[in-house]
Structures are given as structure tokens and as C-alpha cells.
Design a protein. Structure first.
Length: 456
């Protein structure tokens, strides 16, 4: 095994089978006795005196009279300036230090094989994202490799809610079967495969509690499922004894942290899950991302910094906003009075393009949102929903504090989504409006895909 993890032929210090490894030369100055004569191979000078030779030694003092020689004195180890002339058997000069790459990672050392030729670049295993993409195209070998990577972790987690190992194996198999079905259907994970699988374990086991499979689960799993379902409606034990204002602050902090984590790219979410939640080392996680250990450390560092910035700058999805009558006033809320009905969705499609999260409204709609805090911008992708089968034309517009800030023009069914970006600095309310155009516009379904407010 070489320094940077490559497998292959022995390194520079190898001497063949049956011989101890030779320590490679470090590139320093030649070992020269005080007499100024290099040590012959196989011999050594006597300690405390010069090496004896048959010829007379040069008088160092006589060199002071030679005008063609530079008076510099002996160098370290007794080597004089004259002895710096090149020689066939001289030790090579020390190599220049490796420079850092732009991303701050020290590149792997270059190693030559026995013939002096650079070895071929090391091939990294495919990342989870590459395996998922191959699974979508029907590659069964990619599914097998993904199973081998994550099956043990999924089985260990499944064992916590099953009575025996055989039931845990059955639960694991069903989880992977459902994930395969989801991926082949165009959904499922991209980078955060492990977190997706463990979430699927809980969901499948929760489904078993409503069937005969509940007999194979541990006794308290049904209690756990009921508590998890009601956790959003009741305070936990750690805050039940606190005042209402303190509990509200505690829940707000949890909500902000979760919202910040969900706003990160899935690749960052995945590396944080493995390194922070499962406490795996970068070398263990590297194979999942198609990186080496150093690259994984850099990715995790960037993800942690991104999470910090996302926490300080919260993003509110319109598909998750509550109405003002049920909210706490700590963030954007829909105003119930005077607003049209909305359909908050976890997935929708515009122009044959699928989007995660969004809001669908009628062809004639107006919704007012109270920001309740300082917000910097509003972003969305708007268009006619594919459920309308390319019928109808509408126009979108964004208003803030009674002033129109943006309008889309006419958007037809089947058109690609139109991006929206509006600055909200100093604004207090936002009104999102859809107006029909033509005869079928009023029956169209209009989408505000990935609609979100960025606040500080």
C-alpha cells in the first residue's frame, strides 16, 4: 500500500521479495567527513578524524591566494565550495514542496513505479449519486452495489424495532424494494441515500403496526409511532415544565435549525448526516461521494459553514406557511381574511418539469402574506400546472405594501416555468396575484413552484 492509498507494485523503497524495505533517500547533502572527501560506498570514516587516502590533502589555506576560486569557507558537514561540482554519483537535490490546490487540499504525492513511469491515475468508486442515476436507467448492478454499501446500517436500525433478526431482514428487504421502486419511478434520493433509507425504515415499520406485521415488532414501537405522530402538537418532556413563552422560543429554535438544514443542497445534507449524526470518519464516508478522505473533509467543512449561514438566514417555504389565525407571528404567515384558497403541495409539475414543494391556486387568485420579520427577498418559479393539460393562459404578479414589484406577462399551459426574484427589504406585506387571460384562463391551475421567502 503506497502513501496515498494506491494498491499496486512496491514503492520506491522496495527491493523485491525476501529483502527488507530500503528507506528512500531524503535528498539532503552528501555525508562528507571533515577532510572534505566524500565517503566511499561500503566504507565509513573513523569517528573524530578525517578519512585516510593515499594522496596528499589540499591545503585549505592555499586557496586564499587563488584568484579564480571563491572564498566561501567550508559548508555544513565540511563540504567546501569546490566540492559542489556535479558528480555522477551525487545525491539528487531535494524536491520542491507540494503546493496546495485552490480548494486548500494537499495533493497526493507522486510515485514512480520501478521503471520510472508514472502509474495510471487511481480510479475512485462511483458515488451514491452516480449509482442512483444508473438505477434510474435500469442498471441492476448499481442497485446491488448500493445495497451492499448501506444494508448493514439499515439492518442495524431495523433491528431496533423488530423482535428478531429475521424480521429485521424482512424489513430491510422491503425498504430497499420500495426505494428501488421510487428511484425507477423518478423520485427518491440523489445524494442523501442513507438518511432516506433510515426514514423509510420508520415509515414501513409504522405501516406494519396497522397490519398483521405488528406482531413482529417490539412492544413499544406502536407507542413510539403514536408519540412521533403527536410530537408536533404536544411539547416534549424537556419543555413541559417551562412557561409558554420559553416553550415557544424552544420550538422556534428547533424549527429554524430544521429549516436551515433542509435548505442546504442534498449533497451537503448527506455529508453532515454521515459525519455529524452517524459520527463516521471522512475515510469511511469518502466512497459514498466518490471522493478521497481529504476531499470529504473539505466537503464537510463547507457544509457546516453553509448550515451556519442558513441558520442565520432562514428560508420560509410558502408550502409550509400557516394562516395567521393559527400562527405565532414569528415569521411569514398567510392572511386568512381576503385571501383565496391555496393548495400547498410537496411536488408539482410545470412544462413537464417536476418541482419539490410549491403552491397551486385557481386561475384567478390573490393571497396576502404578512412577513412579521425582516425579509430580504422572495423567489419562485411560476407557470400553468401540467394537470391542466396545457389549457388556459394566466398572468402572475407580485405586490408589496400595495406596490406592484414584478409581473410575468402571459404564461400558457405547457410553457416552462418563469423565474421570479423580488427584493423585500423594508417591506411588511406581500400579495401574490394570478389573473386569467382568455376564455379558459379562469379554469387553469396556476403554480408558484419552490415559492420561498428569505428572511434574517
Amino acid at each position: 500500500m503506497s502513501v496515498d492509498g494506491r494498491d499496486g507494485s512496491p514503492g520506491d523503497g522496495a527491493t523485491g521479495p525476501g529483502h527488507p524495505p530500503r528507506v528512500p533517500d531524503q535528498g539532503g547533502p552528501a555525508r562528507v567527513p571533515r577532510g572534505g572527501v566524500p565517503v566511499e560506498h561500503g566504507g565509513s570514516p573513523e569517528h573524530g578524524g578525517p578519512q585516510e587516502h593515499g594522496g596528499p590533502q589540499e591545503d585549505v589555506g592555499s586557496r586564499e591566494d587563488a584568484g579564480s576560486r571563491e572564498d566561501v569557507g567550508p559548508t555544513e558537514g565540511g563540504l567546501s565550495a569546490q566540492d559542489h561540482r556535479p558528480a555522477e554519483d551525487s545525491v539528487p537535490a531535494q524536491r520542491q514542496p507540494r503546493q496546495l490546490r485552490e480548494d486548500g487540499v494537499l495533493p497526493a504525492p507522486i510515485e514512480l513505479d520501478d521503471s520510472g513511469v508514472l502509474p495510471p491515475p487511481r480510479e475512485l468508486p462511483p458515488s451514491d449519486a452516480e449509482l442512483i442515476e444508473r438505477m434510474r436507467s435500469g442498471d441492476d448492478t448499481a442497485y446491488e452495489e448500493l445495497y451492499l454499501r448501506h444494508a448493514d446500517a439499515v439492518r442495524r436500525y431495523a433491528r431496533t424495532c423488530c423482535r428478531d433478526t429475521h424480521t429485521a431482514d424482512d424489513l430491510t428487504a422491503e425498504v430497499f424494494a420500495r426505494v428501488l421502486q421510487a428511484v425507477r419511478g423518478g423520485s427518491g434520493p440523489e445524494h442523501a441515500v442513507r438518511a432516506y433509507l433510515l426514514t423509510a425504515v420508520r415509515r414501513v415499520a409504522a405501516g406494519w403496526t396497522r397490519s398483521a406485521g405488528r406482531e413482529q415488532l417490539v412492544d413499544d414501537f406502536a407507542v413510539f409511532t403514536a408519540q412521533a405522530a403527536s410530537s408536533s402538537r404536544a411539547p416534549d418532556d424537556s419543555t413541559s415544565e417551562l412557561g409558554a413563552d420559553v416553550r415557544a422560543m424552544h420550538e422556534a429554535e428547533q424549527s429554524l435549525a430544521l429549516r436551515a438544514f433542509r435548505s442546504l443542497p442534498e449533497r451537503w445534507q448527506a455529508v453532515l448526516w454521515h459525519t455529524e449524526v452517524e459520527d463516521e470518519s471522512p475515510s469511511e464516508v469518502a466512497v459514498l461521494f466518490g471522493l478521497d478522505a481529504n476531499g470529504t473533509r473539505v466537503l464537510a467543512s463547507r457544509a457546516r459553514e453553509g448550515l451556519k449561514q442558513a441558520y442565520l438566514q432562514a428560508v420560509y417555504q410558502w408550502s409550509e406557511l400557516a394562516y395567521d389565525v393559527g400562527g405565532d407571528g414569528s415569521g411569514p404567515e398567510m392572511r386568512l381574511a381576503g385571501s383565496s384558497r391555496v393548495w400547498q403541495r410537496s411536488a408539482l409539475s410545470v412544462g413537464d418539469e417536476r418541482y419539490a414543494r410549491g403552491v397551486t391556486v385557481r386561475g384567478r387568485s390573490s393571497v396576502t402574506i404578512d412577513l412579521n420579520r425582516s425579509c430580504s427577498s422572495y423567489d419562485a418559479l411560476v407557470g400553468v400546472d401540467d394537470l391542466t393539460t396545457e389549457l388556459g393562459k394566466v398572468r402572475f404578479s407580485v405586490h408589496a405594501d400595495g406596490v406592484r414589484l414584478w409581473s410575468s406577462g402571459t404564461v400558457e399551459g405547457g410553457d416552462p416555468a418563469v423565474p421570479v426574484h423580488v427584493g423585500l427589504a423594508g417591506r411588511e406585506t406581500v400579495r401574490l396575484v394570478v389573473e386569467p387571460y382568455g376564455h379558459l384562463g379562469s379554469v387553469a391551475l396556476a403554480d408558484w413552484a419552490q415559492s420561498r421567502f428569505t428572511c434574517v
